[in-house]
Write a protein that binds this ligand. Structure first.
Ligand code: CDT
Length: 313
């Protein structure tokens, strides 16, 4: 048995004017709770340090520079690293990254229990749009404020297992899980900020959004025989509601723990990494069963191209 006691640290809403220092105090409280629960790993949401600022349009993206980190750890986040290290805990943290070259990414880090950065991920799939869209009830400007990640889907050896990272909308794409599955991933960590309404289709409300959240995470876990820990920033930020539903899913695709609130809340579960072996050796033994000669389109074509051509579409 290779057990990791995971603390999925859901955050309630963060308002536009809330200070980073205040948010970090909330997060330190969750680290303390996780420590008291004996957790070996704490997982925070996407863009955990700030409000979900891509819902706000600014002509000049630099107006939001205050929401980006130029160092990790930086002067404020160092306190989180220290608290996790003192607790002997690994850490996943989502944040907005501004590089010395001026590139902007929606990023996460995986921090080892000794406080060193073990891995880094930059969100590959960016949802939404780049320009102000007046047809929407609210904006989702990730394509304005971030560049698609350039690091791929890494898997790192940590805490006696193989851990991978993804961010929010990545969880809806089977390719995300499969690339890490092909690297033998045993636990995927991901944070999310999911608006409870689609700004374009009001019919898609919170229940359907929650259903799709579970469906995507459960399918990814099962089809790659891996644990998945998906952590929300939830509740109403400056009048904009986001779903909660932080969940931990086992390698059979079953939900084993789930948040009950839309506030700061710790969801703790003992995850045995050896439980990933059965699926990896049977139904999803990739080496025996995958037929890559038929998968070429997946990595060579983005949009739909009908095989019979445009004339008779
Ligand atoms: N943060 C994030 O990626 N949110 C998306 C919502 C996109 S709606 C334009 C998600 O997939 O949850």
């Amino acid at each position: 048995m290779r057990n990791i006691r995971v603390a999925a640290a859901q955050l309630g809403p963060i308002q536009l004017e809330e200070s980073r220092v205040r948010v970090i105090e909330r997060m330190l409280d969750l680290v303390a709770q996780a420590r008291a629960a004996g957790a070996g790993l704490i997982v925070f949401p996407e863009l955990a340090l700030t409000t979900f600022f891509p819902r706000w349009y600014r002509e000049d993206v630099a107006d939001f520079d205050r929401f980006y980190e130029t160092q990790m750890p930086g002067p404020d986040t160092a306190r989180l690293f220290t608290a996790a290290r003192e607790a002997g805990m690994g850490l996943y943290l989502g944040y907005a990254e501004l590089t010395p070259e001026g590139a902007r990414y929606n990023s996460s880090v995986l921090v080892a229990p000794d406080g060193t950065v073990a891995g880094k991920y930059r969100k590959v799939h960016l949802p939404g749009h780049a320009d102000y869209d007046e047809t929407r009830d609210f904006q989702h400007l990730e394509k304005r404020y971030f560049t698609p990640g350039d690091l791929g889907f890494g898997v790192w050896q940590m805490l006696g297992g193989r851990l991978g990272m993804a961010i929010c909308t990545d969880r809806r794409w089977p390719e995300t899980y499969r690339v890490m599955g092909l690297k033998g991933v045993e636990m995927i960590l991901m944070g999310y900020n999911t608006p409870s309404h689609n700004g374009l289709r009001p019919a898609e409300g919170p229940e359907k959004r929650q259903f799709h959240n579970r469906l995507s995470v459960q399918a990814g876990a099962y089809q790659n025989s891996t644990w998945v820990v998906a952590v929300a920033k939830a509740g109403r930020e400056d009048g904009h509601h986001m779903i909660g539903g932080t969940l931990i899913v086992n390698p059979d695709g079953e939900i084993v723990a789930e948040a009950r609130t839309e506030a700061d809340e710790l969801v703790v579960h003992d995850c045995d990494l050896d439980a990933t072996a059965f699926g990896k050796q049977t139904m999803f033994d990739f080496a025996r069963h995958r037929r890559i000669e038929h998968y070429g389109l997946i990595a060579s074509q983005t949009g739909v191209e009908k095989p019979w051509g445009p004339a008779s579409s």
